[in-house]
Design a protein around this ligand. Structure first.
Ligand SMILES: Nc1ncnc2c1ncn2[C@@H]1O[C@H](COP(=O)(O)OP(=O)(O)OP(=O)(O)O)[C@@H](O)[C@H]1O
Ligand SMILES: [Mg+2]
Length: 252
């Protein structure tokens, strides 16, 4: 494959209180792709993500993000890397005491020296990308669940990160809001060239957006490859996961 690797995970292991969660995890994610991390509840998907984000130190194995070994970088490099990673979590709530616009401006105010007028322009532009310009002056409590997710997405991309991490971004959304969130993520991928690493259980979302699948099971990656290959996989768990789709097909 010619594509540039944006994430490389080699031999990653992780344990909590003597329980081994990840024993030997190996996978890569490529530039411009939407890579979906799948696996049963408790298989360690969030644990992998938290390692990539530097929230859990790597104790076994190696991780490289955007070409940097995350266990072997200076504090300055770490901050620089952190600024290149947008994070969009299920629980990524906005601060209720600030307007949507102020929430989204926050990372720029903290990490850039841009004048306020320019920050405001950038925030408007990002809100435009998620179809939320009208919400600039609203408070989070005045938004619907789907609008909140879109606002959190705008905040995640306000620093123009080349890499976006999402942990179950669609959880709790109705099918229509979920479809529009997926569409926004695809647009970010296509228009801004962002590479996305996403954890989700939503089969319909996966069918719409995934380029590649990484399937975690028993502490290792049981499958890694294109969505097409995943749909044709002989591995029981992967087959079982996608069998929902085939069942739905029968009613067409
Ligand atoms: N900070 C922690 N302390 C102790 N155990 C943890 C911690 N974080 C995760 N675990 C354990 O590690 C295992 C994997 O958790 P993880 O959150 O990574 O799973 P997941 O695949 O994201 O599951 P889900 O689909 O339910 O979100 C679970 O057994 C969990 O209890
Ligand atoms: Mg999780």
């Amino acid at each position: 494959m010619d594509k540039e690797r944006v994430i490389d995970v080699n031999g990653l292991g992780a344990s909590f209180d003597d329980t081994v969660v990840l024993s030997d995890v190996n996978f890569s994610a490529y530039k411009g792709d939407i890579t979906v991390v799948l696996g049963a509840s408790g298989s360690g998907k969030s644990t992998v993500l938290n390692h990539l984000l530097g929230l859990i130190p790597v104790e076994k194995g190696f991780i490289s993000v955007l070409g940097k070994d995350i266990s072997n970088i200076t504090e300055a490099e770490q901050l620089n890397l952190y600024l290149q990673m947008g994070v969009f979590y299920q629980s990524g709530a906005l601060l209720n005491s600030m307007t949507v616009g102020e929430n989204i401006a926050l990372p720029l105010k903290q990490h850039s020296n841009l004048p306020d007028s320019l920050i405001e322009e950038i925030v408007y532009m990002k809100l435009g990308l998620v179809n939320l310009q009208h919400a600039f002056h609203l408070f989070p409590s005045q938004l619907s669940g789907g609008m909140l997710k879109r606002a959190a997405l705008a905040r995640a991309i306000v620093m123009d990160p080349p890499l976006l991490f999402c942990d179950e971004p669609g959880a709790g959304l109705d099918p229509i809001s979920l479809a529009s969130l997926d569409e926004l993520i695809i647009n970010l991928q296509k228009q801004l060239g962002i590479s996305v690493l996403m954890v989700t259980h939503e089969v319909t979302s996966i069918m719409r957006i995934a380029d590649r699948i990484v399937y975690l099971e028993n502490g290792v990656v049981a499958f890694e490859g294109s969505l097409k290959k995943a749909l044709e996989s002989d591995i029981d768990s992967v087959k079982h996961f996608f069998s929902v789709i085939n069942e739905a097909d029968r009613f067409k």
